[in-house]
Write a protein that binds this ligand. Structure first.
Ligand code: FAD
Ligand code: SF4
Length: 455
């Protein structure tokens, strides 16, 4: 059932942002279900017997589609467009597909063989994948293809406009993580300051740690409770020795030619005004300095595209489309957009959703009905008995098995091994089976019973 809607179920089991858990009804009883952990267990143990060789594959339509970018949005669209019968080619700039799953998310969170395994299913469906193929002029593709999908993500790091931002030793998040993923020289020294407080900043800090940096500071504008990174990510980074400095303004990067550190001030209050402009109140006399030989900007990333590509661009250098949800056609007829390239960095699951929507829209554009749904397995009947064990309401969420900091912080091995075999049934058993509410029938009244009895 998971695979009916997503071609990357296994990768999602490891790195999904699991926002569904925020809505889980079990959270109103005590703790939300470990939905991601349960799905990871299911996909880790999947043999493919239920779905391999099944599913939709419509007759060839004779139409050709080029997908630019082999991240989750592009590959998802390619997979479903192929199933609709179109000939699909994916052109990917880097040496392998996967996008930010392969060149942003570090391998200690998502092993690369999982991406390769899931991309292989897409290739086996008949999608042509061409790597090391950077597309500079998408409009020219319309001479060969009936439709083009731009799913190029956001691979250009943002350099804040501040003193010292061009010194030697200043690195951008996207370049740093890409080089680290490819095993290339990253240019970091021994003392690092990461500027930014989101999950990407923590990926940078923890990657620098694993590459051997001696001292790593992470500083951000937000107060600790307002930091956008997951609590788990912050806690694990601190366990690994990363020093976190919330509520800091970045005054200047110091140094003559090479970085020598960063000057900071403490933030007293920080909010956005009605025009989404940051209003920052600094603490008087709080100027301080941290020494470093490397500064990594981790304050966002944008699509790597200019107007020379011939497409209208929007806010944050995104590819402008008619409507990011429902109408993904760009300013040029026949060229569509999907994923981070049209709305900025969000998440893998949102990129997959965007890729599915684009596939459906392009299929309609090419004369199809746009129905990309498929059924791989029948939906079983829900087990109607719950809460039969004593203390059901108090059963605690089962945790994943995480390696100790000493075992994980100096290497890129997967460190979170998921929910154990011994715990998985107990965790799944905490579910309230909310779908049972659909089966609730009207109450049987005594009168009905008496009538039936007389009859
Ligand atoms: C460091 C980092 C960590 C993240 N961690 C998580 C996480 O834990 N969980 C989560 O859900 N999300 C995470 N995200 C967000 C998630 O990875 C992205 O939202 C998602 O990958 C976007 O998918 P996409 O297909 O739109 O773009 P991408 O994944 O960026 O893929 C775009 C692809 O297009 C290629 N490309 C670019 N330009 C061209 C061109 N001109 N020609 C050909 N190919 C081109 C790129 O090489 C890339 O392969 C993270 C993002 C980053 C940066
Ligand atoms: S069905 Fe289970 S996992 Fe879904 S919301 Fe209800 S309790 Fe949570």
């Amino acid at each position: 059932m998971i695979r009916e809607k997503v071609p990357f179920p296994k990768a999602l089991g490891y790195i999904c942002t699991h926002v569904c858990e925020l809505k889980c009804k079990r959270g109103e009883v005590n703790e939300a279900m470990a939905i991601r952990g349960i799905k990871r267990y299911a996909t880790d143990h999947d043999t493919g017997s239920v779905w391999k060789g099944k599913g939709k594959q419509l007759q060839d339509t004779g139409k050709k589609v080029c997908v630019v970018g082999g991240g989750p949005a592009g590959l998802t669209a390619a997979y479903y467009l192929r199933k609709q019968g179109h000939a699909v080619t994916v052109k990917e700039a880097l040496p392998t597909v996967g996008g930010m799953m392969a060149y942003g998310i570090p391998s200690y969170r998502l092993p690369r063989e999982i991406i390769a395994e899931e991309a292989e299913v897409i290739a086996r469906q008949g999608v042509q994948i061409e790597v090391n193929e950077k597309v500079e002029k998408p409009l020219e593709l319309l001479q060969e293809y009936d439709a083009v999908l731009m799913a190029i993500g956001g691979h250009k790091g943002v350099r804040l406009p501040m003193e010292g931002n061009g010194l030697d030793g200043v690195i951008l998040n996207a370049d740093f993580l890409r080089n680290a993923s490819m095993g290339k020289e990253t240019g970091i020294g021994r003392k690092i300051i990461v500027l930014g407080g989101g999950n990407v900043a923590f990926d940078c800090a923890r990657t620098a740690k694993r590459l051997g940096a001696q001292e790593i500071h992470l500083a951000c504008l937000e107060a600790r409770e307002a930091m956008t990174a997951d609590d788990e990510e912050i806690q694990q980074a601190q366990e690994e020795g990363i020093i976190v400095h919330p509520a800091q303004t970045f005054e200047r990067i110091t140094g003559k030619e090479h970085v020598t550190g960063v000057d900071f001030m403490n933030v007293k209050s920080f909010a956005f005004d009605e025009n989404r402009r940051a209003v920052i109140e600094k603490e008087e006399g709080s100027e301080h300095h941290i020494d470093a030989d490397t500064v990594i900007f981790a304050v966002g990333q944008r699509p790597d595209i200019t107007e020379e590509a011939g497409l209208e661009l929007g806010r944050g250098n995104t590819i402008a489309v008619k409507d990011t949800d429902r109408q993904k056609e760009s300013s040029v007829q026949g060229i569509f957009g999907a994923g981070d390239a049209i709305y900025g960095t969000k998440s893998v699951i949102m990129a997959i959703e965007s890729g599915r929507e684009a596939a459906s829209e392009i299929d309609r554009y090419l004369g199809g009905d746009g129905d990309i749904s498929e059924i791989l397995a029948p939906v079983g009947d829900a087990e109607p008995y719950i809460g039969q064990c004593p203390g059901f309401g108090y059963l605690e969420k089962k945790q994943t098995q995480v390696d100790e900091p000493g075992k994980r912080a100096d290497n890129f091995n997967l460190y979170d091994h998921g929910i154990s075999d011994g715990d998985i049934c107990a965790e799944a058993g905490r579910c309230l089976q909310c779908d049972l509410r659909l089966k609730i029938a009207g109450p049987s009244l005594w009168g009905d019973f008496a009538e039936n009895k007389e009859a």
